[in-house]
Design a protein around this ligand. Sequence first.
Ligand code: ADP
Length: 455
Amino acid sequence: MKPHSIKFKITCWYTLILTLVFAAVLGGVFISSEFYSEDMIKAELQDEVKDLQEEMLRYPEHFPRQDYVSYYDDGVLLSIYDEEFNFINGVLPDSFSLEIPFQESEIQTVQTGQDSWFILDEKISLPDGSDLWIRGIHSFSSIVLMIQRLKLLITFVLPLLILFTAFMGFRLVQRSLHPVSVITNTVNEITDSSDLSLRLPESGIKDEFFHLTETFNKMLTHLEQQFLREQEFSSDAAHELRTPVSIILSHCEYSLAELEMSPEVRKEFLCIQAKALQMSQLVSHLLNIARAESTGFHPSFEEVDLEILAESAADELAGKAAQKEIRIEIQNYLKPPVIQGNTELLFRLFINLIDNGIQYGRTGGYIKIFLEQRGKNACIRVSDDGIGIPEENLDKIWNRFYRSDKSRSDSAGFGLGLFIVKYIVRLHRGTIAVESEVGRGTSFILTLPITPPAS
Ligand code: ADP
């Protein structure tokens, strides 16, 4: 349970409130039971002493005889004394001291050994003119025992009770907030896979989460439609452009090869041909992206040797690298350097990264490719010592048609290379990150699972 999660906070709050309420209620019970019981015993004592007092006044002839007078009633022990406080009759607790001084109509609290007692003394004057004392004694050790039991209960049962309710409450909150986890997981899945056709599962109960899910799904449907419209547009545009661009190219080729023209006109034709070639490349990129993004596109995965792929890509771009005297080094610490992937796409990935390294590298510089294994992932690092990327542009380089330096309109790139790289990484369920320092160079760090999880 995370300390900032709503589940954690709700559980903490109600456990705290519960503890305070329990403590207040039990504290109240504890205090009032102590007073209430003491008061009860004292009242009992007063009643019994008063009863004996009345009986003795009514039937003075009975009191010396044990069988006529009840000296024990409702837990109260009664005894009678003469004017000199000599014991005449009655019952006393075992080993009860006779030395305790008499105090008329006042309840004393006396402690003898382990036991505690309430004592009430009353003086009565008999018709014959003599005075007698009645002593009532009631133990209140039983109350002390009860209080001790209550304390034990509070000490042991209460924490257990609080723990139990906290646990049950947590389970309840967890169950109630379960739809939030489902929503979060599905939204993460949509983000990771970029699959806008996915929808949040709707529960049968029409609660707040049901409406939230419904709203989310409506938004996803809307987004998917927008996205499909946009895809359709670029795919249609690419298709429509393909034929005229091919016609321009073939006319250029024919004219340059067959027609007689002045050097100035030839120069113009060559320029048109170069731009038409660029356009043709752009169109084929767009068509590739449209194909890859279409829902039915599932590239086949096979065993791919990353070292061989990196070397082939480096070989293919060796001429371009040589023009800038850039050396390409490959270091492999991934043994065996084989992962499950699509050869064609991973080759494109290396081509795009190395091509960028050359394009934005410095003359006489280097491109280093490291392959290594971390756990169940193959890690690829493509580093160069080129111009670098300003920090504020690092987030944007993955966007379609983004080029950090728009003024380099003559460069061959269309701003699609990294978009395609990211797309390929996502298809292989991997991750990609960039580290760069202006003037020092750029590193692209990729992790690709050796065996991608089944989608
Ligand atoms: P482009 O076709 O322009 O190369 P990319 O998508 O490959 O498009 O790259 C987008 C932008 O990111 C580039 O225009 C460039 O500014 C920057 N970039 C990419 N790779 C590098 C690199 N190795 N060094 C410096 N900048 C880079």
